[in-house]
Design a protein around this ligand. Structure first.
Ligand SMILES: Cc1cc2nc3c(=O)[nH]c(=O)nc-3n(C[C@H](O)[C@H](O)[C@H](O)COP(=O)(O)OP(=O)(O)OC[C@H]3O[C@@H](n4cnc5c(N)ncnc54)[C@H](O)[C@@H]3O)c2cc1C
Length: 399
């Protein structure tokens, strides 16, 4: 018996609408494509697909109608994710602009800021990257040292950020800087939206140095700011109030898609089972046990998603449940992808030649290498454990 929740007639109507639309519109060349492992040609198709989804009114649809969305509930958002997963095509989003910056603007921005910045995220004009972490400020973000100085109607920002994901594809940096060095460390921080380049295309005091990862890709950069300028109007929540705004962004980052987190893992597990069936490792008792282990874990994730959905229906925020879910899937993913070597056999030890003279990891190896980072970004597994210990179990705070 599987556990399900009755989502009600409105969800059924919405499901039929999305399913019909996907049946007619899903691009054949993107069926089964994982955007994290897309080729150049697939990336171009993904960009077209994002525009199609946008034109169909299916982008940023949890936003209120006033901000250009459809004001859909968590239930309908879950339905949307499920239907894209069922059609086996990626669901395009506006990335961190949509799920980290927009909630902060909606909660803390002025009417003018909402009117200016939100439509630019929705239509893809502004693509953001996140400038929070610094060499000495990661988990302990409030120790950040990048400095912001008000100069007339501008803020001038200097310092160093690190691990800035997607910086080379972004035109905007949402950045934390210290605007009052004498204030207690959680105060005196400002949250600024900084253009990466001037209107003429020249750099706005921002230099990006890509970091090469063990997959061979360079998904993030060291980011050096030397007198980068932004209008004071780009400070969200007011000067020195950035920590409160940051809490909104970090809450959204932690919450992620708690209701449908299991979907990509369920898909990956189906791929693993098909591989085991095709290469004969499905008769190996160790592989069988490991696949059964993975199945139970994906089911637990699904139940966690249903619990999260019940919370949302009851009007409760994800809270510490988000930490439990993040901890669970990120640790599962590392173990599962390590164990895939047993399903793949000797093939798992080879770096295939992908293009002329270049040996690059294939899907499974790249996923295994990438999974090492999942217990770090968005709050490390240890930090999530602290949250669970303190807020769920009521244990005393650590030092
Ligand atoms: C794939 C990836 C993408 C990222 N993208 C971005 C991005 O776009 N923008 C951005 O700003 N940052 C980004 N980051 C940075 C990320 O937010 C930080 O790596 C993370 O906050 C941890 O900080 P740190 O690396 O400085 O490690 P530290 O905070 O120095 O932690 C080192 C170790 O100490 C442990 N630790 C720290 N504090 C505690 C504590 N209180 N209790 C118990 N253990 C503790 C940690 O769990 C970890 O194991 C990204 C990171 C990764 C891996």
């Amino acid at each position: 018996m599987t556990l399900e929740i009755e989502l009600g007639p409105e969800a059924d109507i919405f499901r039929a609408e999305v399913r019909n639309w996907l049946e007619t519109n899903r691009p054949a060349e993107l069926i089964g494509v994982d955007p994290d492992h897309a080729t150049t040609a697939q990336n171009a198709a993904l960009a077209d697909w994002a525009e199609t989804v946008h034109r169909a009114g299916l982008m940023c649809i949890s936003w209120s109608v006033e901000h250009g969305g459809r004001g859909l509930s968590s239930i309908e958002m879950s339905v949307l994710d499920e239907e894209f997963a069922r059609a086996d095509v990626p669901r395009p989003t506006r990335g961190v602009g949509e799920w980290l910056v927009a909630p902060a603007i909606m909660a803390w921005g002025t009417d003018e800021q909402k009117k200016y910045f939100l439509p630019r995220i929705l239509d893809g004009t502004d693509v953001y990257c996140q400038g929070f972490s610094e060499p000495e400020a990661g988990s302990d973000l409030a120790s950040l040292r990048t400095a912001g100085r008000i100069d007339g109607d501008e803020i001038v920002v200097s310092g160093q950020k690190v691990w800035t994901s997607g910086a080379t594809r972004a035109n905007m940096l949402f950045c934390l800087c210290r605007t009052d060095p004498d204030a207690p460390r959680h105060r005196g921080i400002s949250y600024v939206l900084i253009p990466m380049r001037h209107p003429d295309g020249s750099a706005n005091g921002i230099e990006l140095r890509p970091i090469r990862q063990m997959t061979g890709d360079s998904d993030f950069t060291e980011t050096f700011l030397d007198e980068a300028r932004a209008p004071v109007d780009n400070i969200i929540g007011g000067v020195n109030n950035g920590w409160n705004v940051t809490m909104t962004t970090l809450g959204s980052e932690r919450a992620g898609s708690t209701t449908t987190q299991h979907l990509p893992f369920a898909r990956q597990l189906r791929m693993a089972i098909e591989l085991a069936q095709s290469n004969g490792t499905n008769t190996d008792p160790v592989v069988r046990q490991q696949l059964a282990w993975a199945h139970t874990h994906v089911e637990i994730m699904r139940y966690q998603g249903l619990a999260s959905l019940s919370d949302a229906i009851a009007g409760r925020t994800a809270g510490a449940r988000a930490s439990i879910i993040k901890m669970f899937w990120s640790e599962y993913s590392r173990v599962f992808l390590d164990r895939m070597a047993n399903v793949r056999g000797a093939e798992a030890m080879i770096l295939p030649m992908q293009s002329a003279g270049r040996y690059e990891p294939d899907y499974w190896t790249a996923s295994m290498l990438q999974s090492r980072s999942s217990t770090i970004w968005g709050g490390t597994a240890e930090v999530q454990r602290n949250i669970v210990a303190e807020r769920v179990l009521g244990l005393p705070r650590g030092n």
